[in-house]
Design a protein around this ligand. Sequence first.
Ligand SMILES: Nc1ncnc2c1ncn2[C@@H]1O[C@H](COP(=O)(O)OP(=O)(O)OP(=O)(O)O)[C@@H](O)[C@H]1O
Length: 340
Amino acid sequence: MSDVKPFLETKELAIGYKTRSTERVISENLNLTLEPGQLVCLLGSNGSGKSTLMRTIAGLQPALAGVVYIGQQPLATLKSAELAQKLSLVLTERIEAGNLTALEVITLGRTPYTGWLGALSSADQKKIDEAISLTHVEDLINRKIHQLSDGERQKVMLTRALAQDTELILLDEPTAHLDLPNRVEMMRLLHTLARQTGKAILLSTHELDLALQAADMLWLMQPDGLIVTGVPEDLVLNGAFESAFAKSGFFFDKSSGTFNIYQDVCTHSICISGDPMLAFWTKRALQREGFGVTDHDHATYRVHCDRQDEAAIWQMESALHASKYFNIADLVSGLKSAVK
Ligand SMILES: Nc1ncnc2c1ncn2[C@@H]1O[C@H](COP(=O)(O)OP(=O)(O)OP(=O)(O)O)[C@@H](O)[C@H]1O
């Protein structure tokens, strides 16, 4: 047991929606902890309850049962100004920022310390400058918020949360509007931030691959409403990761860490050997074409891939054929004619 005091803890928490006559429980008996310096990714399929959990932890909607502790204090006992000094929340939705510039929005992050009309102290200014330099938004700060792209605005909202300087940062789908390089950069930034600043960061995301690489812990919302937590690699090896996204038509390949589409596998198995990177992409192409791929070299067809003088070469062999190919497209055509 770790004796580190968590920044966030839930005890027997139930989340969901209640009207006068109905109660819809999304998930219950949740005992979750988030420790200093941790980056935790909350994953789950559409409608599994990620936003509901985020909103409940942030105090935007009531828990159906149980308690959320922020620091060591029950959330329900914290005044909103106190909460704003402990927890910042970045949502994906477009914010109504009127005619404000990015810098003005970032500066609003200091409101819990200065009050609405409070003047910025040099300490406030320092926090703002640090946040801007951490997220590299120097070129955006003088632009109006409504003139920024979704991805640019997302970065500004993260900067505002950093300026707010809370122990706990919650982000609902922070990579939703970003292109691939910016998604990778955002995850890397959040990971580094958690490490460098000791803040605890919880984010919900559909970026399974990036979450597997960047998160210290995953909180996996399962289709049955349970949340399984653990180090990403443990959850892959024990099958929890795969079952959180169980759906017919695809499967999670533990050996490559990728989701693959199921194909109708034809009766012919191909043994692939040779250069590991060439073999990886060759396997992908052959599986897409419906070939079974095996490690056994007594398979009817064997493909050996190699590099000679920088060029890639595929040698295909069977009892009846032996051919050389210089790209995957030709190899696939060759195999298709060979098995006819
Ligand atoms: N205001 C509401 N009242 C009743 N049910 C709701 C309400 N908002 C969401 N739900 C339901 O609660 C469940 C969880 O929704 P939630 O938005 O938390 O899922 P999510 O994991 O964030 O989904 P997504 O990945 O699609 O964003 C869904 O079945 C949804 O239909």
